[in-house]
Design a protein around this ligand. Structure first.
Ligand code: ADP
Length: 573
């Protein structure tokens, strides 16, 4: 939070600095341009004023040289009317206010507008002309208040000394009239700081005074101003009514020739407005960019938080999956171990069930062998060796048969190492029948089985396959205590090898449940069922990639179908 505030403060400071910088730069540029233009305009105005005055100056000097003017100056008692008329014509032609001729004593003797008799001896321009120089002066007419420029030229007598003075008075308005209404305020002030010429009426004969420098001169009108420097320029704050700008750029240019200072006031408001506008735009842009950056930052933060949350959820999920997988594989391992144990248990239980039959099976040939051997002994003592030999052949047959039974039992009891190979299904059926032969015979069950002429190779485990078949045969024997028939067929169907084992018993009570572990309809205990035989068989066949199903035949009795994957060689054949 504090970091964010700090960043915000930093950003605002930066934005402020940028805005301020742009404002300063824009203001400086604009004032610079204003000043440049003002300077050239002011120079132009000064030149124009001087140019106009120059005409009167030349006219005055020329008229002072006029022969008639000289004659009258030398002889002031002569009639003055012709000279007055001459002066009048000149004044009309040049729009001078008045042209006068004064004697060396200062008395006016001829004039264009009836100024005869006036005494000019005390005026500075007269004194200056009497010294042989050109007098120049500006004044406010004490009678009618009009502003006048006055030129005074000496009239030299042929012998040298000044005989009189020719004076030309020009009303200031005559020169002003031509540049009224120009946008820039221009004025010319005299040594006393009073505006004598201007293109604005408001300023004429006004003193523009600094507020703190209030002088005692109460003669002229006063406009107060304050003055400051901004961006290297002099700015005036004026209090001069609606026609003068409130704030203006002040420019000066000395005009030594007429003893005045040219000044100009250029309204600074447009420059300030422009600077403010540019600064405003800069501020808006920086704030906009800031807001955009902020929004992007917020969005990025939200996105990364979301991504982090998703990654964490994923990691959790993966962890759970891994754990579950581990548990499952452990369970699977346990299940496989349990199944292997069950398979072995199932075999031992089958062996137990078969033990009575097996001992009978082994006992019977043993008894027969014993009696054949005793008989053979008898035949030998009676000297009938052919008969004895016959008995010996029988004994040999019987012992071979016993050997086969024992071999089968040993193989059955062996715990088969897991694995799948190519095995002969028909041989497995033969072995299973041999193992259960006694049992089936004692129950008076007839077996219908015609072994195919050649091996039927399937994928599986030899011992486990036998175990399944022994189990099916034992169940059939259990189902038919009073005798019946079992039929075994092997066929190929749909790329599989199908073994069908059917009996003529009462059929299955609940076909849906027979493969459930511990489902049994038999009495528990002794050698009777645990309800595991079929469920173990189911697992075994499934592990071979095959299927086992059980159902009741429409004609009566149960039927079990085992489908197995044929061996590759078998399939090719
Ligand atoms: P057990 O033989 O120990 O009872 P099994 O899993 O081998 O266990 O058999 C389950 C049940 O299926 C038997 O209890 C019996 O009800 C039924 N069953 C199996 N084979 C047959 C059959 N050939 N005829 C009738 N019922 C059968």
């Amino acid at each position: 939070m504090i970091r964010r505030l700090a960043i915000l403060a930093l950003f605002l400071t930066l934005a402020g600095a940028v805005t301020g910088g742009i404002w300063w730069r824009a203001l400086t540029d604009a004032l610079e341009r204003l000043e440049e233009r003002g300077r050239s305009d002011l120079a132009l105005s000064g030149d124009r004023l001087l140019g106009q005055l120059q005409r009167y100056r030349e006219m005055t000097v020329l008229m002072a040289d006029h022969p008639e003017v000289l004659r009258l100056a030398l002889d002031p008692a002569a009639p003055s009317a012709p000279v007055s008329a001459l002066l009048q014509r000149s004044a009309d032609m040049t729009s001078s206010d008045e042209i006068r001729l004064a004697t060396a004593s200062g008395r006016v003797i001829a004039a264009s507008a009836g100024g005869e008799g006036l005494d000019l001896s005390s005026t500075p321009y007269f004194k200056r002309a009497m010294h042989g120089a050109l007098g120049f002066h500006h004044e406010v007419d004490p009678i009618d208040g009009r502003r006048m420029f006055v030129y005074a030229a000496p009239v030299f007598s042929p012998s040298g000394p000044v005989a009189g003075v020719l004076v030309t008075r020009v009303e200031t308005e005559t020169v002003e009239v031509t540049w009224r209404g120009e946008p820039m305020i221009v004025f010319f002030t005299d040594k006393n700081g009073i505006v004598f010429v201007s293109n604005r009426d408001e300023l004429i004969l006004v003193r523009l005074d600094l507020i703190d420098g209030e002088g005692g001169d109460s003669s002229g009108r006063l406009i107060h101003r304050s003055q400051r420097r901004s961006a290297g320029h002099e700015i005036w704050d004026l209090d001069g009514g609606p026609y003068l700008p409130a704030r203006a750029l002040h420019i000066t240019r000395p005009l030594q020739v007429i003893g005045m200072t040219g000044e100009a006031l250029v309204d600074a408001a447009p420059a300030e407005r422009q600077a403010a506008l540019q600064a405003g735009i800069a501020a808006a842009v920086s704030l906009g960019v800031g807001a955009l950056l902020f929004a992007i930052q917020v969005r990025r933060r939200a996105l990364s938080a979301q991504l982090a949350a998703e990654a964490e959820a994923n990691a959790r999920l993966e962890g759970r999956v891994a754990e579950r997988t581990r548990e499952l594989s452990q369970t699977n391992d346990r299940l496989q171990r349990t199944q292997a144990e069950l398979v072995q248990a199932g075999k031992l239980s089958a062996l137990g069930q078969m033990s009575a039959g097996i001992s009978h099976e082994l006992n019977q040939p043993l008894m027969a062998i014993r009696s054949y051997a005793e008989n053979a002994e008898l035949f030998l003592t009676r000297d009938a060796p052919e008969k004895a030999a016959e008995n010996l052949v029988r004994i040999s047959d019987l012992s071979r048969r016993m050997g086969r039974i024992i071999k089968n039992l040993r193989a059955f009891a062996r715990q088969e190492v897991e694995g799948i190979a190519d095995v002969d299904l028909s041989a497995a059926v033969g072995a299973a029948l041999e193992l259960t032969e006694t049992r089936l015979q004692s129950a008076d069950i007839q077996v219908n089985w015609t072994p195919p002429g050649r091996p039927v190779m399937v994928r599986g485990g030899e011992v486990r396959l036998q175990q399944v078949l022994v189990n099916l045969l034992s169940n059939a024997a259990d189902a038919m205590p009073a005798g019946g028939a079992v039929t075994i067929r092997i066929a190929r169907a749909d790329g599989r090898v199908r073994l069908t084992l059917s009996d003529t018993g009462p059929g299955i009570a609940e076909p849906d449940r027979i493969f459930d572990p511990f489902y049994s309809t038999k009495e528990v205990g002794a050698s009777e069922g645990m309800g595991l035989g079929l469920s173990i068989s189911y697992g075994i066949i499934q592990s071979f990639g095959g299927t086992i199903t059980g159902r009741n035949r429409p004609a009566g009795g149960a039927e079990f179908v085992i489908e197995l994957v044929p061996a590759k060689k078998g399939r090719a054949a």
